[in-house]
Write a protein that binds this ligand. Structure first.
Ligand code: CTP
Length: 433
C-alpha cells in the first residue's frame, strides 16, 4: 500500500433493500469525492432497487452481497475490521432487526458484527414500521450498543403516505456520518425528550422595499447545532433568519424570520416551552429608525445619513424574563460571541466582559476576522460558563463544535425524574445518559 493510500479512510456504505436505496448513491459519491476508499455492501434485496454495476462504478470497487465471494480475502471479517466508518443507508426495518439480533447471514450483517469503528444507520421505512414496538426496541438496542441511528425525516413516503420514516437527504446523512468520524464515537442521546430552541442566520433590517441592513452570517453554526441536537434526541425548533443556501436539517421544526423583532417574538414564544435556548443567530443591533414605503431615489431628496434605532437584545431579554419568572427558572440560556482582539484586550477578555454583561449560562466564543468563523465550515473557540469555568474548543467542523456545545449544555439541564412534563404528568425516564 502506498503512503498516500494508507492515509485514505476506509468507508463501508451498507445499503438495505428499500425504495430509498437510490439515495445511497449520493452518500457513496460524498465519500469518493472526499478521496476515501469506499466499499459498498448491499443486501441481496437492495440490488432489486439499484444494480450492482451502479455501486461498482460509483465506488470503483467490486460489490458483493454474500460471504462466499473472494473467500481467500475473508471479506466478511476484513471489511468490518478495517473500516474507519460504516454508514448504512437506507436501513430497513428488517435490516435493523437482523443487526439487533446479531445475525450474520450476509456480507453486510457480518461486516457490522466485526466493525469496531463508528457505525451509523439511516433508517427508511413506512411510519407504521418505524413506530412499531419491535422496531422501537431494535433501535433502542442498537443505540445502547453505541450505534448511531439517525432520526428519519418526515415527509412523503412511497405511495401517498406521509409521516416520519423518510430517508434524510444524502448530504444530511453524510454530515452526520462525518461528525461521527470526527468524534470517533457515537452521538450520545443525552437530549432525549428535551426541547431546544436554536436561533441561526442573520436578520435583515429593511430600509425601503428593496434595501436592508444585514450581516455576513451563513447560519452554518446554528444549523449544525439544530442538526446535532435533533440527532441527540431533542425536539428542536430552529428560528432561522437569512442564511447561505442551507437545507433545513431533518427532524427539526423550522420557523423562518426576517428581522430582529420577528426573531425576538419567535424566540420568546418557543422559549416558554423549552429546556434550553441557544442564540447562535447574528441579530442586528440596530435597524433604520424609519422604513421608507417606496424605494429611496438618488437625487435632491436622497438622505445624507440613515438614522438608526437600537434593537432589543434578545439574549439579555431572555435572561431578564427568566429572572422575573416570565420564563421557566430552569431554562438554560446560551449565547454566542463573535470577537476580535483590539487595543482594549484580547478575544477572551472581551468575551468574559460579554458574559458578565449578558448573564447567560454559557457563552460560546469565536475569534472572528479574515478567514475565521463567518461563512467557513470550520470553527474553534471557547465555552465560558457563568460558574467561571472556561473550556477551549478544539479546532474542527461546525458540527463538532455544535456537539461540544451540547455536551456543555447537557449537565445544566434539570434532571427529568419527577419533573412535571408539558402535559402535567410526571416523567420517569431519567436523564437518559
Ligand atoms: N444577540 C441578541 N440580540 C441582539 C444582539 C445579539 O440576542 N440584538 C445575541 C446573539 O445571538 C449572541 C449574543 O447576543 O448570542 C452576542 O451577540 P454580539 O453581537 O456579539 O453581542 P453584542 O451585545 O451586540 O456585543 P457587541 O457590543 O460586541 O456588538
Amino acid at each position: 500500500m502506498s503512503p498516500l493510500s494508507s492515509q485514505r479512510r476506509r468507508i463501508v456504505v451498507g445499503v438495505g433493500g428499500g425504495i430509498a436505496a437510490y439515495k445511497a448513491c449520493g452518500v457513496i459519491r460524498h465519500f469518493t469525492e472526499a478521496g476515501d476508499d469506499v466499499r459498498v455492501v448491499p443486501t441481496e434485496s437492495a440490488l432489486q432497487f439499484v444494480g450492482r454495476a451502479t455501486f461498482e462504478a460509483l465506488s470503483g470497487n467490486p460489490v458483493h452481497t454474500g460471504v462466499f465471494a473472494d473467500v481467500p480475502e475473508v471479506p466478511h471479517v476484513r471489511l468490518g475490521q478495517e473500516a474507519d466508518l460504516v454508514v448504512v443507508a437506507p436501513a430497513t426495518a428488517d435490516l435493523l432487526a437482523r443487526v439487533a439480533a446479531g445475525r450474520a447471514d450476509d456480507l453486510l450483517t457480518a461486516t457490522l458484527l466485526t466493525a469496531r469503528c463508528p457505525v451509523v444507520f439511516a433508517p427508511a421505512m413506512h411510519t407504521e414500521m418505524w413506530e412499531h414496538p419491535a422496531t422501537v426496541e431494535n433501535v433502542a438496542t442498537l443505540r445502547r450498543r453505541g450505534v448511531t441511528v439517525i432520526e428519519p425525516a418526515s415527509g412523503r413516503l412511497t405511495g401517498k403516505d406521509t409521516g416520519p420514516g423518510r430517508l434524510p437527504e444524502p448530504d444530511e446523512i453524510a454530515a452526520i456520518a462525518e461528525l461521527l468520524a470526527e468524534r470517533g464515537d457515537a452521538l450520545p442521546r443525552s437530549l432525549d425528550g428535551r426541547r431546544l430552541v436554536i436561533s441561526a442566520g442573520g436578520t435583515r433590517e429593511p430600509l425601503d422595499p428593496v434595501r436592508f441592513l444585514g450581516n455576513r452570517s451563513s447560519g452554518k453554526q446554528g444549523y449544525a447545532l439544530a442538526r446535532v441536537a435533533a440527532q441527540r434526541g431533542a425536539e428542536v425548533t430552529l428560528i432561522s433568519g437569512y442564511t447561505a443556501d442551507l437545507a433545513p436539517p431533518s427532524a427539526v421544526s423550522v420557523v423562518s424570520v426576517r428581522t430582529a423583532q420577528e426573531m425576538q417574538s419567535a424566540v420568546r414564544e418557543a422559549a416558554a416551552r423549552a429546556d434550553a435556548v441557544v442564540m447562535a443567530a447574528a441579530v442586528a443591533d440596530f435597524r433604520p429608525a424609519t422604513v421608507a414605503t417606496s424605494k429611496i431615489k438618488k437625487g435632491a431628496d436622497e438622505p445624507d445619513t440613515v438614522p438608526l434605532t437600537r434593537n432589543d437584545d434578545i439574549l439579555a431579554g431572555l435572561v431578564a424574563a427568566r429572572a422575573e419568572g416570565d420564563l421557566p427558572a430552569d431554562l438554560v440560556i446560551v449565547g454566542f460571541a463573535a470577537e476580535t482582539g483590539d487595543e482594549n484586550g484580547d478575544v477572551l477578555t472581551h468575551a468574559r466582559a460579554k458574559l458578565e454583561r449578558k448573564k447567560c449560562d454559557l457563552l460560546v466564543v469565536n475569534a472572528v476576522g479574515e478567514g475565521k468563523a463567518f461563512e467557513m465550515d470550520v470553527n474553534d473557540g471557547w465555552i465560558l460558563s457563568a460558574d467561571g469555568s472556561e473550556t477551549a474548543l478544539e479546532h474542527g467542523s461546525k458540527a463538532l463544535m455544535a456537539s461540544r456545545v451540547l455536551d456543555a449544555v447537557t449537565p445544566l439541564l434539570t434532571p427529568t425524574i419527577g419533573r412535571p412534563a408539558a402535559d402535567g404528568e410526571c416523567t420517569n425516564t431519567g436523564s437518559s445518559h
